[in-house]
Design a protein around this ligand. Structure first.
Ligand SMILES: [Zn+2]
Length: 355
């Protein structure tokens, strides 16, 4: 059962056992995507978590067939076995949707209408960002969501933060205004903005690749793509309300030594300055970086959602403060802060999830 305002941890199956304890607290939960496209491995991990480890927080399984070089298009049929296995495990049922490209209105409508005839099923909508950015696309999107009337889970494509793109915040608020329970998967700090404006649940990815849907590389970029190295881990820096490279946080601390700004009381940092992780190499940093980030975002969620009435205004105030703090530290503020700041009025009313 997902309660309103749930902040989920979005991890891959090989991280699930480590993430389970982080996701077991009130208002939290877990979304798991396959590791290296291994759906059977994902289902086995979920079965272990539920039946042997007795994981009790909300658990969602994301087939992620919309991602990667071999992603499926929105017109691809759902796999009945995938839907059935989720029901057998007793988890909310997410469709294994393909990717909805910029011009694919039939694909979009197909996912929504095929999901609407299934009992208690959440339609996963992996969207090209134009569906939220462009006014005409947005009208088509919200029209189909309203007509289908069932819960949706959005996944937004962008090479970096989709909420940095103009119009994406407006588009999300329009979807939240459709009156259907809305989840947001593969997100970063903007998950909190979505929750403050009435999303039923939003998921923060453990690694950069799970904090948005990475566009498929262009065919001519093959050799470049093969040489691609994962980005050095970033961590949430709460005063700037954004993910920052740990080395950048270290440099900022040396320039502006202020224990009140850099000290972190989360269970991972335990009062140390947040850039203590700079002493570790990139591989060792990854786990504490995401544990710290999720803990900090969970505490922020608790603070922001203390009252649903004041949450949108409280989120705006946090964004305004983060812009100021970022500048003070010599950084460009995260672009999404400006987009969220423009939306001060209370947003959509929270719509109850039935799944
Ligand atoms: Zn910390």
């Amino acid at each position: 059962m997902i309660t309103e305002g749930t902040l989920l941890v979005h991890c891959s199956a090989n991280q699930a056992l480590r993430c389970a304890p982080i996701a077991e607290r009130p208002g939290a939960g877990l979304v798991i995507s396959p590791f290296q496209r291994d759906e059977a491995g994902l289902l086995a991990t979920a079965a272990y978590l539920l039946r042997q480890r007795h994981f009790e927080a909300p658990l969602l399984l994301d087939a992620a067939r919309y991602a990667g070089p071999a992603r499926l298009p929105a017109s691809a049929p759902f796999n009945p076995r995938w839907l059935r296995r989720q029901r057998e495990l007793g988890v909310p049922v997410l469709t294994d949707s393909g990717y909805v490209d910029s011009g694919d209105e039939p694909g979009l409508a197909g996912i929504l209408h095929r999901a609407a005839v299934l009992p208690d099923t959440i339609a996963v909508l992996p969207l090209h960002p134009i569906w939220l950015q462009d006014r005409l696309h947005r009208t088509v999107l919200t029209g189909h969501i309203r007509a289908a009337g069932g819960p949706v889970a959005l996944v937004l494509e962008a090479s970096r933060d989709p909420f940095a793109l103009p119009g994406v915040v407006e588009g999300l608020l329009a979807v939240l205004g459709c009156g259907v329970p809305t989840l947001l998967l593969r997100c970063d700090v903007s998950a909190l903005g979505a929750l403050c404006h009435g999303a039923a649940a939003a998921a923060v990815g453990t690694v950069a690749g799970l904090r948005h849907l990475t566009p498929r590389p262009a065919p001519q970029s093959g050799p470049v793509a093969r040489g691609f190295r994962p980005a050095a881990p970033s961590a949430v820096f709460a005063p700037a309300l954004s993910y920052r490279r740990i080395n950048a946080i270290s440099r900022a601390r040396r320039r502006h030594p202020d224990p009140g700004l850099f000290g972190c009381a989360c269970t991972v940092c335990d009062g140390r300055d947040v850039d203590w992780m700079a002493e570790l190499d990139d591989r060792e940093r990854e786990v504490p970086a995401f544990e710290h980030s999720i803990r900090v975002l969970q505490d922020l969620r608790d603070e922001l959602l203390r009252s649903a009435d004041t949450a949108p205004a409280s989120w705006t105030a946090h964004c305004t403060d983060a812009v100021y703090r970022s500048r003070e530290l010599g950084w460009d503020p995260a672009p999404m802060l400006r987009h969220w700041q423009r939306h001060q009025s209370p947003g959509a009313t929270v719509t109850r999830l039935t799944a």
